[in-house]
Design a protein around this ligand. Structure first.
Ligand code: 5GP
Length: 191
């Protein structure tokens, strides 16, 4: 998506350690109108898949997944990183996710009430790097015997390889911008 590539070039900043900061429009301040434009792209890509649920992971995924849920007119579920004390662990689907940006591993959970074998799930996230977050969300869907129709990603850092590993396993991934390489003064997109 050309407009996303342009925004990455003009508003993004490459930090040490292979992290792209896009907090001006994606994951701190949110360009809501632009988030709706991205949602339309995923709607086009997955319109024939009978999607009946959107799944993301807190917190950055939520702002992005909300307009997608609106486009498909289906509920949005977000995996939580903190388990509320009022939910028994037997009522939760759980997966361990290693965070690329924080360097730690967290359990993420979804209540069993909100995913079922009848669900056809589109997973949405802001970034795809090593693929750990997607793997965790796909695992949670498998625990629920829900069908993952695919994943919509805003920015795939293709050089980290997570996307291609998952594609080889048969996961359909639609990334709106794919970065081949990046340094602090140059971001190169896959062509
Ligand atoms: P993965 O699990 O694929 O290694 O990384 C994806 C997750 O890590 C995303 O949910 C996102 O929050 C975070 N992430 C990975 N790379 C970046 C990055 O370059 N910039 C930002 N802001 N977040 C990232």
């Amino acid at each position: 998506m050309k407009e996303l590539e342009q925004k990455i070039l003009t508003e993004g900043k490459v930090l040490a350690g292979g992290v792209l900061k896009v907090d001006a429009f994606l994951n701190h301040q949110v360009d809501v109108k632009f988030a709706f434009e991205m949602a339309k792209e995923w709607k086009k890509a997955f319109c024939d898949e009978n999607v009946n649920k959107i799944l993301t992971i807190e917190s950055s995924g939520i702002a992005l997944a909300t307009p997608v849920a609106l486009e498909f007119e289906v509920p949005l579920v977000f995996a939580k990183k903190h388990v509320s004390s009022n939910i028994a662990s037997s009522d939760l689907y759980k997966a361990s996710v290693h965070s690329f940006t924080h360097g730690n591993t967290n359990d993420v959970v979804v209540s069993k009430k909100f995913l079922s074998p009848a669900d056809r799930v589109l997973i949405i996230d802001d970034f795809l790097a090593n693929g750990e977050a997607l793997k965790g969300l796909i695992d949670i869907c498998a625990q629920a015997s829900a069908t993952v129709v695919g994943c919509g990603i805003a920015i795939e850092k293709a050089f980290q390889g997570g996307g291609d590993k998952l594609r080889k396993l048969g996961v359909r991934i639609v990334s709106l911008a794919r970065i081949a390489s990046m340094t602090d003064n140059e971001v190169v997109f896959c062509r």
